[in-house]
Design a protein. Sequence first.
Length: 133
Amino acid sequence: METQTQSGNQPGSQARAGTQADADMPVIADTDTGNGVAHPQVFGAGSTAFTTYYTWLANGVHQQVRFTNARVTPNSKVYVNISEYGANAQSRFIGAARMGVYNIAPYQGGFLAWVEISWNSPLKIRFDVLVDP
């Protein structure tokens, strides 16, 4: 697997009021701070959260895919997104293959994930990862 890392926090984005047309779209959940003002929940001040990505050529069901990263600990919050890519890892798209990442288990130095790629031949896969150590 190939990995690329980008340090730093990702800026939060504002949630917008939903309309009937937006009913089937994901919306950022706000949390109430106790004073009646809702704010998006973002990583704490001074957070060391980071993003990275991994590439892989695979298909089928893999119950324990190992992703190594020295900054991950057993208490890390790890979020993973999967997508297919074309000519390079920045050319991502949604193809006909159904793909999923399940059961993420962080450990000291990385995390394990159950990965399913429902296609009959290997595909170029990119995993985007957000870690809050």
